[in-house]
Design a protein around this ligand. Structure first.
Ligand code: 13P
Length: 254
């Protein structure tokens, strides 16, 4: 059985001080949860403070993006060595906001994913179609391209160890989540694509859903066999709400 995986993507929210206050509130709420991987991705500036504030817990810390090169003249960028040196163990790659607002391509996602794996960190690779693509019946075509090009060159074992987040762009920050049927269908398709590209071993990859996940809808999404967890934006900014989402993702909750 695949272990549930729930991650908070704070995007551009919270100062260092707010991050530490959040951790103080959140960590005790999930102390008893031993059967879910719990991850928080704050802005870069708060990474070190969050690593420190969660040091005696099972909560792990992710970056929201990274640069694929190890060092150099890349003003404003952050490397994997810097993240690793700060105790960060996961990286979100190819979030739709990075793709659509900052021009990230599948080739860029591929370079970052390979570099992240090579550095020994875990990538959380995001894929998902726009509303227009869904309406014109191109969802699977888009997902196939993002998976094929984004993960090309990885070994089956490397794919098995990473996390893929299915985040339909139309569901992000809109309050309109994909239905459990839509999420399950997309996840099933992604898993088939992974297996056809990398072999049976890749079926172990965890597929999580993102897009307007709340304490109210997480259980019905998680109840679908292909949905291994959630990537949560807005509803993760409040510690009580995110703790509820973690609780609703436990194997015993569904
Ligand atoms: P919301 O949960 O706010 O819709 O954001 C989803 C998301 O983009 C997480 O990465």
């Amino acid at each position: 059985m695949r272990r549930p995986f729930v991650a908070a993507n704070w995007k551009m929210h919270k100062t260092v001080q707010e991050t530490v206050a959040y951790a103080r509130d959140f960590v005790p709420r999930v102390e008893a949860v031993t059967d879910v991987d719990i991850v928080i991705a704050p802005p870069f500036l708060a990474l070190s403070a969050l690593v420190e504030a969660t040091a005696n817990s099972r909560v792990r810390v992710a970056a929201q993006t990274v640069h694929a090169e190890s060092h150099g003249a890349f003003t404003g960028e952050v490397s994997l060595g810097m993240l690793k040196g700060s105790g960060v163990t996961l990286v979100i790659i190819g979030h739709s906001e990075r793709r659509h607002l900052f021009g990230e391509t599948d080739a860029g996602v591929n370079a970052k994913t390979q570099a992240t794996v090579d550095a020994g960190l875990t990538p959380i690779v995001c894929v998902g179609e726009t509303l227009e693509e869904r309406k014109s019946d191109r969802t699977f075509e888009v997902l196939d391209r993002q998976i094929r090009d984004g993960l090309s060159g990885l070994s089956p074992d490397q794919v098995a160890a990473l996390v893929v987040a299915y985040e339909p762009v139309w569901a992000i920050g809109t309050g309109r989540n994909a239905t459990p049927d839509q999420a399950d269908e997309a996840h099933r398709h992604i898993r088939q694509q992974l297996v056809s590209q990398f072999g049976d071993r890749a079926a172990a990859c965890r597929l999580i859903y993102g897009g307007s996940v709340t304490p109210g809808n997480v259980a019905e999404l998680r109840a679908r066999p292909q949905v291994d967890g959630a990537l949560v934006g807005g509803a993760s900014l409040d510690p009580a709400s995110f703790a509820e989402i973690v609780a609703g993702s436990r194997p015993t909750a569904i």
